[in-house]
Write a protein that binds this ligand. Structure first.
Ligand SMILES: Cc1ncc(COP(=O)(O)O)c(C=O)c1O
Length: 262
């Protein structure tokens, strides 16, 4: 029987060129990129190239890219980072139509005492922007709105929403799992502070996610461990000594910021 697969929003087939490029790293070049020897170093080099390519896809710089394990992890890392780095704020703004990666996390955080505003959508699936602005308060730690909806394909005006949040000093995160690779994204001139996406939605293997964190954004890691990803996500991956991140003495533990804002 011939199978016709029409569920590419759920996941995609690994592209042949991706498979071909990756196969040597499962068997031949299996060194740990964090190792001191050149066997691991060659893998680190390839990860560095991959990071440059991923950054170019969204108009970011390589240092703004953190590799994670999936879109869900990136979403969790972004929202939890904002809460950790603005501990005095107890409010989150999001929408009613987010993927469970955001929606269930917010429900969990509500159980921990955070106040959640879930903005409704209109008949056309869009947000009422006046209502959005009205929801932003000095207590808001983070806004998290998806870029493209996984069920309807509706695009939220996240760049505009990010500007409105930014003007009020509120970090803005977008779940761009369904838009990255499908619409042009250029974060160079955008007010979006954090953006998540996932490899398996665009013909890469499952198990690879990306979190973009704009230079100058406060960040606290979700997975704390080794020095990988410049201390922003522990777990065997790529080695890069950090010289341009620092932790201000009066900040909560495990919180870093770029020394130089953009
Ligand atoms: C909008 C959206 N966000 C997040 C996710 C979760 O991504 P992942 O499966 O990589 O954890 C999905 C997956 O369907 C999604 O569609």
């Amino acid at each position: 029987m011939k199978t016709v697969y029409l569920d590419n929003n759920a996941t995609t087939q690994v592209a042949s060129e991706v498979l071909e490029a990756m196969l040597p790293y499962f068997h031949e070049y299996y060194g740990n990129p964090s190792s001191m020897h050149s066997f691991g170093g060659q893998v680190a080099r390839r990860i560095r190239e991959a990071r440059e390519q991923v950054a170019a896809l969204i108009g970011a710089t390589p240092d703004e890219i953190i590799f994670t394990s999936c879109g869900t992890e990136s979403d969790n890392a972004a929202i939890r980072s904002a809460l950790a780095t603005y501990p005095e704020r107890r409010h989150i703004v999001t929408s009613r139509v987010e993927h469970p990666a955001v929606k269930s996390l917010c429900a969990n955080l509500a159980g921990q005492g955070y106040r959640i505003t879930e903005l409704p959508v209109e008949k056309n699936g869009l947000l009422d922007m006046e209502q959005f602005v009205g929801s932003l308060t000095p207590d808001t730690a983070v806004v998290s709105l998806m870029w493209a909806n996984n069920e309807t394909g509706v695009l939220f005006p996240v760049e505009k929403a990010a500007e409105l949040a930014h003007e009020r000093g509120i970090p803005f995160h977008t779940d761009a799992v369904q838009s990255t690779g499908k619409i042009p994204i250029n974060l160079q001139k955008s007010a979006i502070e954090m953006l998540s996406f996932s490899g398996h939605k665009l013909h890469a293997p499952k198990g690879i996610g990306v979190l973009y964190v704009r230079k100058g954004t406060r960040f606290s890691p979700f997975l704390i461990g080794g020095h990988q990803e410049k201390g922003r996500r522990g777990g065997t991956e790529t080695p890069r000594a950090s010289s341009d991140w620092e932790r201000p003495a009066n900040w909560p533990p495990a919180t870093w910021i770029w020394k130089t804002a953009p």
